[in-house]
Design a protein around this ligand. Structure first.
Ligand code: 2NL
Length: 343
């Protein structure tokens, strides 16, 4: 009787300290303690040797031990169901998770997307192309003469493997590719990164972002150009804005112009931003040069078109009053977080 009690005590300790490296601890436990050849069954078998007057008491002790083992078994089943090695009490699954930090769009992306959506409403489609271009698509097709400074090693990044290759200096090369496809009319905008070998300063960088636009059909006029760009700036900056066109020169357009808008800071009365003129330049534009159309296989007697190009950095700086262009590429979260929106 005392021996059996001692065995029960030992078994209790064994159950309590049970551990195994097996993948299924509950099953190992069940076989060892609760199975038909398990420890508890064999202790029950000893009952026949217990004197009759102690049987009731001993039966109670063994039943308690069985209950103890069954509880342990349930506990082991729960933890192996979770696939965890720890017991449930150590991990509180009801605690809320750690909040992920919310990111935000880069200001250049915000402004690019806005420009795209305005022109899409006018029926312009987005076209994209390679950032490494050959001389013909980037320069020759666009009527950029052999001696043009943009072609100089000082102004363009050439690719050392092939002297004909370079990082595109504008997204006009994408428009050249679209014209070469021969499907008319064309009404596209070409957003993208472009590269120029400039000394980095508050106003210039060796790469920036552009949106160029091109509309070619029969009878496209300078009036179409003016109205399209006027609509664009009204949508972009508000409908109190005024515009003016100044004659300019680009090898790929004739006539060419630069478009100014009334200064966003002072409203036209004169301030530092507009250098006291009341106007700020936002883009270059013009009627596509007939030579460019012919270079791309388009009959310049049947078709005409306008084109324009703007730097996204410049528009963004004006819109958000950003004074230094280098902020766009420095990944400083104190700068970028200011553009976090609610959605
Ligand atoms: C600027 C000025 C301009 C164009 C880009 C263009 C493209 C083709 C044919 C003719 Cl395929 N023109 N693009 C025309 C005038 C100005 O960009 O200041 N860009 C930042």
């Amino acid at each position: 009787m005392n021996n059996l009690l001692q065995e029960v005590e030992n078994s209790k300790a064994e159950i309590n300290n049970f551990s195994t490296t097996d993948k299924n601890p509950a099953e190992v436990f069940r076989i060892q303690f609760l199975g038909s050849k398990g420890l508890i069954k064999s202790l029950m078998g000893e009952m026949k040797n217990v004197p009759a007057e102690n049987r009731r008491e001993m039966g109670q002790v063994l039943n308690d031990l069985k209950l103890f083992a069954e509880n342990k078994y349930e506990e082991l089943k729960k933890t192996s169901d979770n696939g965890q090695e720890t017991t449930g009490s150590e991990v509180d699954l009801s605690l809320p998770g750690e909040a992920l930090p919310l990111g935000s769009r880069h200001p250049i992306s915000i402004v690019r997307n806005k420009i795209i959506s305005i022109f899409q409403r006018l029926g312009f489609a987005v076209a994209e192309g390679p950032e490494i271009e050959d001389d013909w698509h980037n320069f020759t097709a666009l009527n950029l003469p052999e001696n043009h400074p943009a072609r100089d090693m000082q102004d363009t990044f050439y690719v050392s493997q092939n002297p004909d290759w370079m990082l595109r200096t504008h997204t006009s090369s994408v428009q050249v590719r679209e014209m070469k496809k021969g499907k008319l009319p064309i009404r596209i905008i070409c957003p993208g990164r472009v590269y120029r070998n400039e000394t980095i300063s508050a106003r210039a960088h060796c790469f920036f972002h552009q949106v160029e636009g091109l509309y070619i059909a029969s009878d496209v006029s300078f009036a179409d150009l003016k109205q399209t760009l006027y609509f664009f700036v009204q949508e972009m900056f508000g409908n109190t804005i005024k515009v003016r066109f100044r004659p300019s020169y680009f090898p790929f357009t004739e006539p060419s112009a630069e478009m100014d808008i009334t200064c966003l800071i002072c409203g036209g009365t004169g301030c530092n931003v507009c250098k006291h003129t009341g106007w700020v330049e936002i883009l270059g534009c013009g009627m596509v040069h007939p030579k460019v159309l012919e270079n791309c296989g388009i009959d310049s007697n049947k078709y005409s078109g306008f084109a324009f190009g703007m730097g996204i950095e410049r528009i963004t700086m004006l819109k958000y009053q950003i004074k230094d262009l280098r902020l766009f590429s420095e990944n400083d979260l104190r700068f970028l977080k200011q553009f976090t929106s609610a959605v």
